[in-house]
Design a protein around this ligand. Sequence first.
Ligand SMILES: [Cu+2]
Length: 142
Amino acid sequence: MKTRFVAALLAVGFLLFAGMFIWATIRPSAQGEAAAPVSVATATLSEPLSDGRIEAQVFALGNKDVQLEIRFTPDADAIEAAGMRPSVNFAMVEMHMDGFDPPMQLIEVGVWRVRFKLPMAGRWVVSIGIGEEFAEVEFNAD
Ligand SMILES: [Cu+2]
């Protein structure tokens, strides 16, 4: 009786052990989703403004998540432009919805990042302003 119980316990233990290995190989990879550095931008922007060049990359990460990387390189003679901070506004292209000004994170001098969950999927336009000037780029978010 006792040996049979032990044998049953061992069998259950073995099944759990084997099951863990099988689960490890077939489970949906949670790591893949969290892999942050996305290499291919959904949309890019590069425009000369009067005080320097504004560049941006939009990454539509799925599930309405968006990451925006902004770089502003002031012209060498535009000393006052070096301290400038861009403004960012997201709006839908074909809808009369209010725009969104999500918070921006300074990554290094002249480089900012925005991570934002859009309220809905669709065609969006992001406007990036420096002083009185703006540059825009459209992208699809799903
Ligand atoms: Cu909308």
